[in-house]
Ligand binder design. Sequence first.
Ligand code: NDP
Length: 450
Amino acid sequence: MTSQEIIALVKQRNPNEPEFLQAAEEVILSVWPVLERNPEFVKLRLLERMLEPERMITFRVTWLDDKNNVQVNRGYRVQMSSAIGPYKGGLRFHPSVNPSVLKFLAFEQIFKNALTGIPMGGGKGGSDFDPKGKSDAEVMKFCQAFMGELARHINHRLDVPAGDIGVGGREIGYLFGAYKKIKNEFTGVLTGKGIGWGGSLIRTEATGYGLIYFAEHMLQEKKDSIKGKTCLVSGSGNVAQYAIEKIIHLGGKVVTASDSNGFIYDAAGITQEKLEFLKDLKNNRRGRIKEYADTFKCEYQTLDANQNQNPIWNIKADCAFPCATQNEVHEKDARNLIKNGVKLLAEGANMPTTIDAINILIENGVMYAPGKASNAGGVATSGLEMTQNYMGSSWTSEEVDAKLHVIMKDIHQACLDAAKVYGKPGNYLVGANIAGFLKVAKAMQAQGVI
Ligand code: NDP
């Protein structure tokens, strides 16, 4: 079988799933040289097996809103791979959630989790429920109804979900409370829990901080650092907030942030004080980012999600960190980034860059890090939360941050090593896919045809 034949097969088996096909194609093409060197992997059809979820659960979620109207949503859990550990991956609550989006996320999660060095399989789940504009009571009722079904399919040794878009500390609290009540047990079945009830210090910060640690290692390869660099960040949620914070800590300047309505351009730079305003706006008051521009008198521009171009990427800068959602950096954006002098793009979000845009960045010598490597700090720290829960103890911030540092350094090195062995030195995309794939493939080979 050729790589193109496998791509054709995936297309035929998964029609109308563009996000899943995009993620699948990227991995198939990068790992193909591994299959050519290891014919036994082809014979065992390991890649085709990884592309098929081990189990996929779809369920109805019925709940009552504040006006006592019945609401109906759809819930999902994709249990993609348990080759190296229990299924692990976030829950996303957003109207755009569908099987294609969750299968792409679960598939990416397999390789990301393998890269962390912690034994975790790949999964993802969520719902088309939109927490925006809902009261706390409505979010709680939805979370309880959602967990009413999900609880049958997860436990702390089988499948351990976490947060993602639309699922933060508030939602994890309600989901955990519901699980505890249904199962009558207090176990680490979810990560991202509150510090006083089984959560890990640094988990909230981990994806954003880890992203910037990874970028710092990339820059160090060129004898450079983030200090003094002008940076573009998209998003203003969990990942964006802590990426901005770590860039500030390391002496860089962040000039942008966004939400689904628009973006701010603060040429003077987002300071820690302005960032605290942004955190309060987004995490507590759940407002729109335009309020930042009104308060600090900087530029604001609305965004049109249907355009295949995003003006946030047309601002002069040294580094870019897409931290909002999938497919937010298009071909034209990649050209604008290059024109404006951007030398590094590291993904905080999952698959924010289209395949065409990635190719343009790499061809033009931009250092590019795929999310499965550069945003793995979040799930790695979830893994550390699971370990602390199993041990029944908790580590200090310094201990967790030090472990996160080591994990990001090791992932960076694993990407470089695999890329070199396969004749693509410095190509983090190929390196991440191959290093992750090899670990999972060897585990599947050892466990037989199951
Ligand atoms: P949040 O919900 O905290 O924030 C998401 C941000 O992106 C918000 O600013 C949101 O705007 C914006 N956004 C969401 N959807 C869209 C859209 N369709 N178009 C434009 N903007 C959008 O999520 P996270 O920060 O947790 O996640 C962001 C990305 O990082 C996702 O791709 C996620 O999968 C990935 N990720 C997250 C990890 C984590 O630990 N949280 C770990 C690894 C990856 P608005 O406020 O308007 O909704």
